[in-house]
Design a binder for this molecule. Structure first.
Ligand code: NAD
Length: 432
């Protein structure tokens, strides 16, 4: 099939490469000229495990192309996937629809023959109707259907999740559109759950899922606080809970709070939609407020460990919002760093993949190290903020010699407690 994808970011690019690998002919469209120039020149614009290899393979085989021209990407497409951003509105925190509305309006005039417009962006309930109306207004003769096709990939595992989806949810109001989506995902037939629902239900499924996961993370973080006060171990508690099949073992990992480009914005958007519809969603509000507080609590822990010390130097390991990605958007690590900066402390940070994206956001407010040991030199405290595997292998004997004071605040529980204690560290993890 011929597929046009509008938006070549963390969702659009892995989706485009994945669909090309399935044998479709994909054109990725983005309005950012520099992004398209880089991709055309064979330079990948974001980090995702396993993506670069597939990207080069499919360019070489001619299955994927890149353009800034809507006309080129849309006019022959059987299906157009919208994967543009839906960031939070700066004032109301509802999902900002300006990119969606622009994409729908821009694509309309180029539609030729029957085309399915599938929205992968996370959008408020009723957006499918809005897109339909915008297209009809701009191009009354267009023959098309609008489908909701929410994306559930986890950043850091985007390639894995593309080829091994838990489920594919399709919100379509016509059989004709359902058949096009079935054809698109033919390779997954009988391999994954494909759920066909009303378009509005599909739009809600995405927000309901993300809000539930955010609440689960917030819940285990509060339980971790309780374990710290009462001498229980959050991992033993989580294991005991997770063995109950009604609860399940996933998303019971305590940490510095949820982050990334989805959970914070999607919970706020869900809260806004609930308010608009006069529905109480107190659990979601509690998770949103608790998660903001959580990051401040983590910063306080770090600062408390160096209380009374002058000219404090903090070593930060990890800036990305989670491991496996270079994405720093709404990263708890970035929020904690900003909180620490208010104290006047000097910060030197290292992240295996996110140095460039972090530099764009933080500029020269902090120092950047070339490796994890360089960040630790003369530090009064080490704060571990992202769960990169390589931080687990820190040689604590070497670390002890590099640091000025032996303090570790481990917001990801990566360091072995006994090893820390043998090497004389004042160590604090989460929930144990
Ligand atoms: P992103 O910011 O990484 O990428 C969006 C891209 O769209 C940008 O490159 C931008 O230049 C481009 N764009 C915007 N308007 C355009 C237009 N009119 N024409 C062409 N290009 C345009 O965003 P993302 O993280 O890929 O997220 C996209 C959507 O997917 C959001 O709604 C998000 O909530 C949802 N989502 C994201 C994830 C994730 O893990 N990032 C997971 C599931 C769903």
């Amino acid at each position: 099939m011929k597929v046009g994808i509008i938006g070549t970011g963390y969702v659009g690019l892995p989706t485009g490469v994945g669909l090309a690998e399935l044998g479709h002919n994909v054109i990725c469209i983005d309005r950012e000229q520099s992004k398209i120039d880089a991709l055309k020149n064979g330079k990948i614009t974001l980090y995702e495990d396993g993506l670069e290899e597939l990207f080069h393979k499919n360019i070489k085989e001619g299955h994927i192309k890149f353009t800034t021209s809507m006309k080129e990407g849309i006019e022959n497409a059987d299906i157009v996937i919208i994967a543009v951003g839906t960031p939070p509105h700066p004032v109301t925190h509802e999902a900002d629809m300006k990119y969606i509305h622009a994409a729908a309006t821009e694509l309309a005039e180029h539609l030729q023959g029957y085309t399915v417009i599938a929205t992968k962006s996370t959008v408020p309930v009723g957006t499918g109707d809005d897109i339909e109306n915008l297209i009809k207004k701009k191009n009354p003769k267009a023959d098309f259907d609008v489908v909701s096709l929410p994306e559930f990939l986890r950043e850091g595992f985007a390639v894995h999740d593309f080829f091994n989806p838990d489920r594919i949810v399709v919100g379509a109001n016509t059989e004709r559109a359902c058949n096009v989506i079935k054809e698109l995902y033919k390779s997954f037939e009988n391999k994954t759950n494909m759920l066909f629902v009303k378009r509005r239900s599909s739009e809600v499924i995405k927000y309901a899922s993300n809000s539930f996961l955010a609440i689960k993370i917030h819940y285990i973080n509060e339980m971790a606080n309780f374990c710290e006060k009462t001498g229980a171990d959050i991992y033993e508690v989580a294991k005991g809970m997770g063995l109950d099949s009604r609860i399940g073992p996933k998303f019971l990992n305590p940490g510095p709070g949820y982050g990334g480009s989805c959970f914070p914005k999607d919970t706020m958007a869900m809260e806004y939609m609930a308010r608009q519809n006069n529905v109480d969603m107190t659990l979601i509000s509690a998770a949103i407020n608790g998660n903001i507080k959580r990051k401040k609590e983590m910063a306080d822990r770090i600062l408390n460990s160096v209380k009374g010390i002058e000219n404090v130097k903090i070593a930060v390991l990890g800036l990305a919002f989670k491991n496996g990605t270079d994405d720093c958007r709404e990263s708890p690590a970035m929020d904690i760093v900003c909180e620490l900066l208010k104290s006047g402390a000097k910060i030197t940070a290292f992240d295996p993949k996110a140095m460039n994206t972090a530099k764009i956001l933080l500029g020269d407010k902090i120092n950047y190290a070339d490796n994890m040991y360089e960040a630790l030199k003369d530090a009064n405290v080490l704060a571990i903020l992202t769960e990169w595997e390589e931080f687990k292998n820190l040689d604590l004997n070497k670390v002890a010699k590099l640091m000025r004071n032996k303090n570790i605040i481990d917001c990801r529980n990566l360091i072995d407690i006994e090893n820390a204690s043998t090497n004389g560290f004042n160590y604090k993890g989460i929930g144990r």
